[in-house]
Design a protein around this ligand. Structure first.
Ligand SMILES: NC(=O)c1ccc[n+]([C@@H]2O[C@H](COP(=O)([O-])OP(=O)(O)OC[C@H]3O[C@@H](n4cnc5c(N)ncnc54)[C@H](OP(=O)(O)O)[C@@H]3O)[C@@H](O)[C@H]2O)c1
Length: 325
């Protein structure tokens, strides 16, 4: 099978297209023919080996896992002997955890991971963004933010994978939503359903005093210190990219009802919890409340180029590698 292979740490040029043996699924694995794989901001870390601390997991001197790509959608073509919930020809989507492997024509996936059948009434391209931004935005707003109808919610980074999902999920909870993005993305954010849009190139949301019940910094570009005045007295600042300050706040003020900050490692939640959230989000796709923001699509040969784009920090929506269709 064809793979995009990474045998050493470095820039995007380290990826090589290689033909290797197609994996054989173990007893508890399914072999998935990959249709699309997500390119997320963290994927590039496995290639670059940065930040250095991450090498404790990814390999000290060279990548431990040579085929990257965590999130995917595709078709089951073989099932291991102990697998009962999946069959050949099922369309499935999910994550392969730290085993990665989705930047290839085929990936062997342990069924104990967050792996789910694509509902027959939904397009596989529309469910893939749920496993990327969706299952981050939902628990941040629902569990960490305790979002409720009537809240005033600000989403910073509204045109990204997490931010775009957060706008639509916040609208689903009947809140008043403000999206923050640059000039180029204002129309997109309006089309996602935001009630108000702040162009950060022209205005600074942190100057709006006592406005928001929730400030969700989906891209980690602001901070609790800067956003504090924009929060209502009982407001909460949420960020996907925590600073030590936010971690301390989250611990000290866990049960406080006053202004506070919080963080979640949404990606580390248990597979069954993620699968519940995916079912919830699928229903929103069905009702039309979630219309995933599809971003650029690349081929396996252009994985490096895709990562360069993602690493600009200005990608729109969900960026994917198309392998089969
Ligand atoms: N904690 C968790 O469990 C968890 C889970 C998943 C992801 N994450 C993290 O969440 C972050 C977001 O991921 P993502 O895939 O959504 O990112 P992304 O799609 O790459 O975000 C890109 C978006 O950010 C916007 N942006 C860039 N600079 C901005 C600024 N100064 N102010 C406001 N918006 C700005 C860009 O809009 P413009 O082009 O208009 O500037 C762009 O559309 C990543 O750091 C990721 O590692 C955390």
């Amino acid at each position: 099978m064809k793979t995009s292979y990474c045998s050493k740490y470095g820039g995007p040029e380290v990826y090589q297209i290689l033909e290797i043996d197609t994996p054989k699924p173990k007893e508890n694995e399914v072999l998935v023919k990959v249709y699309r794989a997500v390119v997320s901001p963290t994927d590039g870390n496995f290639r670059s080996g940065k930040p250095l601390i991450a090498r404790l997991f990814s390999g000290l001197f060279k990548p431990r896992v040579k085929i990257h790509g965590e999130m995917f959608v595709g078709k089951v073509v073989e099932v291991g002997t102990d697998v009962t919930d999946f069959d050949v020809n099922d369309m499935v989507y999910g994550t392969n955890g730290m085993k990665l492997g989705a930047y290839a024509e085929y990936v062997a996936v342990n069924v104990k991971n967050a792996l789910k059948k694509v509902p027959k009434d939904l397009d596989y391209k529309d469910v893939l963004p749920l496993i990327d931004g969706g299952i981050t935005a939902l628990p941040f707003l629902k569990e960490a933010g305790n979002i409720k109808a009537g809240d005033s919610v600000l989403i910073n980074g509204a045109s990204g994978a997490v931010g775009s999902m957060a706008i639509m999920i916040a609208k689903h909870f009947n809140t008043v939503v403000t999206g923050v993005c640059s000039t180029d993305n204002v129309e997109k954010v309006v089309s996602l359903g935001a009630d108000h849009v702040i162009d950060y190139k022209k205005d600074d949301f942190t100057k709006n005093m006592n406005e928001y019940d929730i400030v969700f910094d989906a891209v980690g570009k602001s901070s609790y210190g800067k956003s504090k005045n924009a929060l209502k007295e009982t407001g909460i600042f949420l960020t996907t990219v925590p600073t030590p300050g936010v971690m301390i706040q989250a611990l000290l003020k866990k049960n406080s009802l006053n202004k506070r900050a919080s963080f979640m490692a949404a990606g580390l939640r248990k597979p069954n919890v993620k699968i519940e959230d995916l079912s919830y989000l699928e229903e929103l796709v069905r009702t039309g409340e979630l219309k995933p923001l599809h971003g650029k699509v690349y081929n396996l040969e252009n994985l490096g180029e895709a990562q360069v784009y993602v690493e600009t920090g200005h990608k729109v929506g969900n960026v994917t590698i198309k392998v089969f269709e």
